[in-house]
Design a protein around this ligand. Structure first.
Ligand SMILES: [Zn+2]
Length: 112
């Protein structure tokens, strides 16, 4: 059991790891919360302009909701300052920077 974060405080991750069998990113937060985010869910939540669309243009998944080979294949992750996580995909897509509060909102807490 963990108490909810204080109002105004940003979620902060303690550790990232992979669950290869489940094809998911595991996030352990400093408040004790743990999440398992499937790569496919993570990719579809990519916050970059290409995926989200901008200036009235449709986003990547508005045009074609199907994931293509490599698109949900996680290649690398890198911390961006103290606020976000850059995710590199096997298809070369690397423009998505997931702010921690966004990451936190993507998936429900993992069980166990
Ligand atoms: Zn993207």
């Amino acid at each position: 059991m963990s108490s909810p974060p204080a109002a105004g405080s940003l979620p902060s991750p303690r550790r990232f790891s992979y669950d290869d069998a489940a094809r998911a990113l595991l996030v352990e937060w400093r408040d004790g919360e743990r999440q398992s985010i499937p790569f496919s869910v993570l990719r579809r939540a990519c916050p970059c302009a290409t995926c989200r669309g901008e200036l009235g243009a449709p986003g990547r998944f508005d045009l074609d909701p199907e994931l293509r080979p490599g698109e949900d294949e996680l290649a690398d992750i890198a911390l961006i300052g103290k606020y976000g996580l850059k995710v590199v995909w096997a298809d070369g897509h690397d423009t998505g920077i997931y702010r921690f509060e966004h990451l936190r909102s993507i998936a429900a807490p993992a069980d166990g």
